[in-house]
Design a protein around this ligand. Sequence first.
Ligand code: KIV
Length: 272
Amino acid sequence: MSTAKSSDKKVTTHRLLEMKKSGEKISMLTAYDFSLARILDDAGIDVILVGDSASNVMAGHETTLPITLDQMIYHASSVVRAVERALVVVDLPFGSYQGNSKEALNSAIRIMKESGAHGVKLEGGREVKESIERILSAGVPVMGHLGLTPQSIYKFGTYVVRAQDEAEAERLMSDAKLLSDSGCFAIVLEKIPAQLARAVSGSVTIPIIGIGAGGGVDGQVLVLHDMLGITHEFHPRFLRRYLNLYDDIKKAAEHYISDVKSRDFPNEKEQY
Ligand code: KIV
């Protein structure tokens, strides 16, 4: 199958803006390590997000809250070493930017300096405006994240679809405009009604990248381990699984165990 690379040139924040203008959809996936990031980059993915979902899928935590700035930098550096074309964006982890804007700037600078990433993402609207402005003033590109914001899961109490009532929808729309006016280069909208997401995309000039936000936005993002079927107990409606690697890897491991126990592996040709 041929890949859908929009161009062989490096993807920049400016290029994402052009893609929105021309109607070319933006593809984004998460990655947390060198090997998988290299495959995604070779496949022609536009943006790789070193998401704080690493806290769940890599470290086995129940939420994204426990992952630290040092751990995010470790994952991000591994990804950056693999990538030649994609734009690499790194999540600012919980507790690294909410305290005050100086702390937010220091966290963003550490990510950019120590990992070599191309930008940061952070969750929230008006409540993190000052932090966003301070990070942007240092020349660091910022991606926003509205709707279901997993770092606030204990405030929401549940992972249900957000902004279903008018008041929350209005607040989200005005936060999206604020992030766009502040200079963010893109916004992730997570798990909100498709109609609202389409309206947000139509009312701002920057790209809107959806996860569970329907097809009316400018691009899509999924968590890599979910779309590959490595995680297998998570079945949200928005998730399309492209592989079922949980079963494939389990079968391969069972086969290997059986070969070792039966002395089939290694055979004559597999030794020195
Ligand atoms: O951390 C993450 O993987 C994310 C995506 C769900 C957008 O923020």
